[in-house]
Design a binder for this molecule. Structure first.
Ligand SMILES: NC(=O)c1ccc[n+]([C@@H]2O[C@H](COP(=O)([O-])OP(=O)(O)OC[C@H]3O[C@@H](n4cnc5c(N)ncnc54)[C@H](O)[C@@H]3O)[C@@H](O)[C@H]2O)c1
Ligand SMILES: O=C(O)C[C@H](O)C(=O)O
Ligand SMILES: [Mn+2]
Length: 556
């Protein structure tokens, strides 16, 4: 944690540093010593008093966007207070600083912009990246979340407005994972935007050009990655919300070169697998006994599918047997071996055309989701299409015909993009469905029974991965580490003790969940020899020592 030294100039400069500022909690003595006399109202508050006051101010706001703006301003003013407020009311705060409200904040980024945070690296500055990194406010950087803003949740290209996502993700590294905020750095690579609305908007504060693409794009990202490696060789670099054409190729290119992962591919896979493992345990039926249909064969869909295939193989299936159980439905129907124009990662997930051709009910021969549900009889349905409402009543009712307890996960974000809403799914399945959603949903009462909805969002994984990687000093992020995180999450499922309980622990338990995920990740990093050899007890100690909690430091 960054501390105030006696060399600090104090005064307004101290109040302007959110990581050091205590606001009204500066003691009389500190006010004297650091040139703060008269700069603050006279009453000295405690952190709990400040937190209560901030909470009241927040509640007085009329809309969630205003609450988001308030919280962001607080984060940029006094981080201890911000995190204390968020952690004290985490279930209420998470949707405001993260999904779904962060989506609207990205769309309106230019309108609501107040102060800078993190680094903006735009294409015209491609020769200055080393200098830009030198300008970071942090003394030390251990975790970066970077986006290029092209696929912000299911909201598409938001250009520089995408910066809201790395800020929100890193806020959860700290609030949920306990990572010291002073070592985290959000970055946007502004390579332009193809969003016409943004380009035409006189208020837009990004680089007003069409996106660069092809070799220019990959060369630019490479300049960035190489500069990061020079400046912070051991940093954890998380890629977030890149478009499909870039996400997987960038992961493949860099995963063996530095400590990096793609949250939409790997973090999502881990949370979906963890939630499904819990569902399978609860139903007493292994994952490999199910057929699984996906709507959306993109980064998230393929990431989850490959993780589920790994689990099925661990359960005893061959690779081919496992792949046969996975149906990937994209825009043009079920992926099959005769389809053109697939990305390499999709080609690994096709069905043999001969075995599915007869399923089509369409004159063009394509196999729709409904065709898949009727013929393939999946027990599990996962939505990662970014498209609202595609789990239609007909699809869901058809599924319920063939399966006693259909497992239905509309994972697309934000709320407006969910493939179906829990109330409808419960209605169409007569309360039988096991549900996981990407965005938070309120409990649903169906026929007198209250159903709490699991939020199967990668937020159950990435903060713990961050903490586990940093605490164990891992140098790479392996697939096994994500598998271990899935298992740790599944083991915490309340549904294992009470079949009527949700599949995942409540968001209010997120710090304990992240702690367990961190330990599992750290342990696997040691086992995979990507972290120094340490016993479980040593790892526990390292994690405890790494956890940051919001308390004001005594000034030296
Ligand atoms: N719950 C979570 O933790 C989580 C994590 C990652 C992504 N997501 C959500 O998943 C969605 C997709 O993310 P992604 O990274 O995979 O994006 P992506 O762009 O890589 O993939 C989306 C895929 O959906 C397909 N698609 C679009 N319209 C379709 C339609 N009408 N029918 C079938 N397929 C269609 C696209 O062709 C594409 O292949 C987003 O909404 C994102 O918010 C949720
Ligand atoms: O950001 C989220 O809420 C989850 C996920 O990373 C997404 O892109 O939707
Ligand atoms: Mn994402």
């Amino acid at each position: 944690m960054k501390e105030i030294s006696t060399k600090h100039p104090g005064g307004v400069a101290l109040l302007a540093e959110p990581i050091l500022n205590k606001g009204t909690a500066f003691s009389v003595e500190e006010r004297e010593k650091y040139g703060l006399l008269g700069l603050l109202p006279p009453h000295v508050e405690t952190l709990p008093e400040q937190t209560d006051r901030a909470y009241e101010a927040l509640k007085a706001k009329d809309t969630d966007l205003e609450r988001h703006i308030y919280l962001r301003a607080l984060q940029d003013t006094n981080e201890v207070l911000f995190y204390n407020l968020v952690i004290s009311h985490v279930a209420e705060m998470m949707p405001l600083i993260y999904t779904p409200v962060v989506g609207e904040a990205c769309e309106k980024f230019s309108e609501i912009y107040r102060r800078p945070r993190g680094l903006f690296i735009s294409y015209p500055q491609r020769d200055e990246i080393d200098r830009i990194l030198d300008n970071a406010m942090n003394e030390t950087v251990k975790a970066i979340v970077v986006t290029d803003g092209e696929r912000i949740l299911g909201l598409g290209d938001q250009g520089t407005g995408g910066m809201g996502i790395p800020i929100g993700k890193l806020a959860l590294y700290t609030a949920a994972g306990g990572v010291d905020p002073s070592v985290t750095l959000p970055i946007i690579l502004d390579v332009g935007t193809n969003n016409e609305e943004r380009l035409k908007d006189p208020l837009y504060i990004g680089w007003r050009e069409k996106r660069i693409s092809g070799d220019d794009y990959f060369e630019f990202v490479d300049r960035f990655v190489q500069a990061v490696k020079r400046k912070w060789p051991n940093v954890l670099l998380q890629f977030e919300d890149f478009a499909q054409a870039h996400a997987e190729p960038l992961l493949a290119k860099y995963r063996d070169e530095l400590c990096t992962y793609n949250d939409d591919i790997q973090g999502t896979a881990a949370v979906a697998a963890g939630t499904l493992l819990a569902a399978c345990k609860m139903l007493g039926k292994p994952l490999s006994a199910h057929h699984i249909a996906f709507l959306g064969a993109g980064s998230a869909g393929a990431g989850i599918a490959e993780q589920l295939i790994r689990i099925m193989k661990d359960e005893g299936l061959t690779d081919a047997e496992a792949r046969e159980r996975i149906y990937m439905v994209d825009r043009y129907g079920l992926l099959h071996s005769e389809m053109d124009g697939l990305m390499a990662f999709q080609e690994r997930l096709v069905q043999d055309h001969a075995s599915v051709a007869s399923w089509s009910s369409s004159s063009d021969g394509s196999v729709s989701l409904l065709d898949v549900v009727k013929n393939g009889m999946p027990g599990i349905l996962i939505g990662v299409s970014g498209q609202h409402g595609l789990f239609s009543e007909q699809v869901v009712r058809e599924m319920a015909k063939n399966t006693e307890r259909p497992i239905i996960f509309p994972l697309s974000n934000p709320t407006s993009k969910a493939e179906a809403v829990p109330a409808d799914i419960l209605e169409w399945t007569d309360g039988k469905a096991l549900i996981g959603t990407g965005s938070p949903f309120a409990p649903v009462t169906y026929k007198g029974q209250v159903h709490h909805i699991a939020q199967s969002n990668n937020t159950y994984i990435f903060p713990g991965v961050g903490l586990g990687v940093l605490a164990s000093e891992a140098t790479r992020v392996t697939d096994n580490m994500f598998m271990a995180s899935s298992q740790a999450l599944a083991d915490l499922s309340p549904a294992l003790k009470d079949p009527a309980a949700p599949l995942l622990p409540p968001v209010s338990d997120i710090r304990a969940v992240s702690r367990a995920v961190a330990f599992a990740v750290a342990r696997q990093a040691v086992a995979d020899k990507v972290a120094p050899d340490r016993s479980d007890e040593e790892l526990e100690r390292c994690i405890d020592a790494a956890v940051w909690t919001p308390v004001y430091n005594k000034l030296t």
